[in-house]
Design a protein. Sequence first.
Length: 272
Amino acid sequence: MSFTNNDFGNGAPLGMSVEAILDIVESNKHLRKLEIDRNRIGRDHIEKLCSAVHTHTILELSLFNSFEPGIGDEMLTSLLSIDGLKLEKLDMSSNNITSAVGMLLSDFIATNPRMRELNLRDNDLDDRDAALIANALRSNSTLRNLYIYDNSITEVGAECLRLVLCDESSLNAAADSNHNCNVQVRWNTIAGNSHDQGQINRGRKIYSILSSRNETMSNVQHFGDIDVKILPNILEAVQKYATKVHQDEIFKVEPLSIVYETMRKWEKAFYL
């Protein structure tokens, strides 16, 4: 159900008032998708709107460009505080949302809620908020798309998010990254999670590190004091991660080259 460009709050509404829209929403018990974009939703409407979201089990809600400064923060706070929130898609873009909700937003994302898409573009979030969101994404496996471009987020905040999505400092760091969420920040999508299956994204990241190290023949020195008895498992893993990449993707090196490097450099292997 869509109600766009009806009530700008500056006199007689062009269409229905926000109050009338909420009355219709309240009476529709089977409503699952609601758009009230480009209306002027006031502080006195927040409770009624949140009640509808909660009691009607609305799954998709779009409130683009609908709140004056301060009220957007209150609306988002009220929404994210709903017990058992079932929203899967929320658009709160262009609503003057500030760092006042940064901690609450981070805590919400960290609880691994049902939400799969969150649009917060064109607001007033900054690098501190980006760092909080990045930390929350470490424990989130449900959010698929997060839009936070056109905020006050610099390269510093973008780097915090990049590291949580694709940390290539080590194989363990890459494996522990978030493999499910696409983040658009500063008009760019952070690379790493282009596939809709997290395990494939994970495999791509790990194989990328193995292939990059192979170019300098440095894979083995990163394996540390790993027992030579698990060498077969490592070799098996190389092939497995390679097969996680799309067939049309160009490898830096072929998996056989990594296997050859490992066998040639790990001298202990020859004494098995």
